[in-house]
Ligand binder design. Structure first.
Ligand SMILES: *[C@@H]1O[C@H](CO)[C@@H](O)[C@H](O)[C@H]1NC(C)=O
Ligand SMILES: *[C@@H]1O[C@H](CO)[C@@H](O)[C@H](O)[C@H]1NC(C)=O
Length: 454
């Protein structure tokens, strides 16, 4: 396999201690159950693929920040971006309960310890190979720093790592962020802000809201027992039994699936997302030849910002999401149509109102549940992550929009599904990590492939 070469790795700190008008910056930020639930899983790893800038574009960029090279320019702009996101340059701190030393609390210490910056080259790899190979080339995993790091390890490891990998005709900018620091919304808020500063903005367009949300009667810090079970920590993706592939759905494919699902159930309430997830779920179940009386599970992530009263702002900078399983017998899923499966998803999403979200929050405080990677990847289960709602193609670093988006190896195993918006408006890319045999069956499944654009 082709290899990448690491040119250099360094620490990048925020450029100043002034907080650029951010009103709330405390040195120490307490963490909520929504943050703590992810301590034992891995980070968020997403990256963008760009064509190389023209020499003219590159010169203009470099001049704008008096840098020597594009990589130096990206380092300098990262440093200035960290001014607005002090948690990203911090570390987690732990405190033992003074009355009971079997329980611990976690917080974020914003002390500008710094983020990790890596410069690498993949001298033989082209943009086309990444975008057009049938399966995602495994070399993409090495385009991300801090591989295999668990969120809990960010007491000593950086909470953010970025890697700029130079290809023959492009760049891949990969970011690794601790998932206990924030969710996908936060991740893309940072990524977009960094691109703005790199393009020459003085200030970022949207400031993060750094104060974490706690309901009345819940007073941080929250202490809980944390078992660092080695077995739990060592589950890694088994390559090459699983492979990754990106299925592209055009705007037309998505809207036809949505219309079909709603028509079948005589409703208007099924969303595009619910319709294409139902399409995927039924196909994977069919291709895996699951026995009719076995249970299949779809784990979905439900955002909680808009479910609180008053809602949290989109800029709330912390995790605001919960994982919900949807369970059904394989036979029931396959004997009924697309609309039936989509409505199952729709009902679970709709059930998560303010009261439900608050109940699950309080239940967590009373009885903390830390998600393990093992619990996400068991037989007959698909785990959905990320969202086509995230604006990934607006991350323009000054020489044009990205031409693709890919995720790293974090939290991947058989059954992991990562959703992205597609390059063309309204289209969707579904990145799946599945057994090779399942992927081959999907490719030959006419009912599925009818709605896929190759
Ligand atoms: C920042 O805080 C972390 C966690 O408490 C600590 O380990 C680290 O040494 C601190 N770094 C600096 C530069 O103060
Ligand atoms: C899926 O989209 C492609 C490209 O737009 C189109 O050629 C194909 O007919 C679509 N299939 C369906 C069922 O919408």
């Amino acid at each position: 396999m082709e290899e990448i070469q690491i040119v250099s790795t360094c620490v990048v700190r925020a450029s100043s201690n002034s907080n650029n008008g951010i009103t709330h910056t405390s040195q120490n930020i307490e963490m909520t159950p929504w943050d703590l639930q992810f301590l034992l899983v891995e980070t968020i790893q997403k990256g963008l693929l760009f064509k190389k800038p023209t020499p003219q574009q590159q010169n203009n960029l470099i001049k704008s920040l008096n840098s020597l090279s594009l990589v130096d320019h990206l380092k300098a702009s990262l440093s200035r971006t960290l001014d607005f996101f002090p948690p990203l340059a911090g570390r987690f701190s732990t405190t033992k309960n003074p009355n009971d030393n079997t329980i611990t609390s976690f917080s974020i210490t914003c002390n500008n310890s710094g983020a990790e910056f890596t410069h690498a080259i993949a001298p033989e790899l082209t943009v086309k190979e990444i975008l057009e190979s049938c399966y995602v080339p495994t070399i993409v995993h090495s385009f991300f720093p801090l591989n295999k790091v668990r969120n809990v390890q960010c007491v000593t490891k950086p909470l953010l790592g970025v890697q700029v990998t130079e290809l023959v005709d492009g760049y891949f900018i990969g970011c690794t962020m601790s998932h206990s620091l924030g969710d996908g919304t936060c991740f893309w808020h940072f990524f977009n802000s960094w691109s703005e500063i790199t393009r020459g903005f003085e200030l970022i367009s949207r400031f993060p809201t750094l104060e974490r949300w706690f309901p009345q009667n819940v007073n941080p810090p929250i202490y809980f027992p944390l078992e660092l079970d080695d077995e739990k920590l060592d589950v890694c993706m088994e390559m090459p039994i699983v492979k990754e592939r990106v299925f592209h759905l055009s705007k037309e494919n998505v809207s036809k699936l949505k219309a079909k699902a709603n028509y079948e159930m005589d409703t208007k309430s099924i969303s595009s997302l619910q319709a294409f997830l139902a399409h995927l779920w039924r196909c994977v179940t069919r291709c895996n030849r699951v026995n009719a009386n076995e249970e299949v599970i779809l784990n979905i992530v439900i955002g909680t910002r808009t479910r609180l009263d008053p809602p949290l702002p989109e800029e709330y900078w912390g995790n605001a999401a919960i994982i919900k399983p949807i369970k059904v017998k394989a036979g029931e899923l396959l004997e009924n149509g697309l609309g039936y499966a989509a409505l199952l998803i729709n009902k679970v999403v709709a059930s998560q109102n303010y009261e439900e979200v608050m109940d699950s929050y309080r239940r967590w405080v009373e009885n903390p549940v830390i998600v393990s990677k093992k619990s996400l990847f068991v037989a007959n289960r698909l785990s959905i992550s990320s969202s086509p709602k995230f604006n990934v193609y607006s991350c323009d670093f000054g020489w044009g929009k990205p031409v693709g988006v890919r995720s790293g190896m974090a939290n991947k195993d058989n059954g992991k599904v990562t959703l992205f918006r597609g390059v063309e408006e309204g289209s969707v890319d579904i990145e799946v990590c599945l057994m090779t045999s399942t992927l081959l069956a999907m490719e030959n499944d006419e009912e599925f492939m009818e709605f896929i654009t190759v």
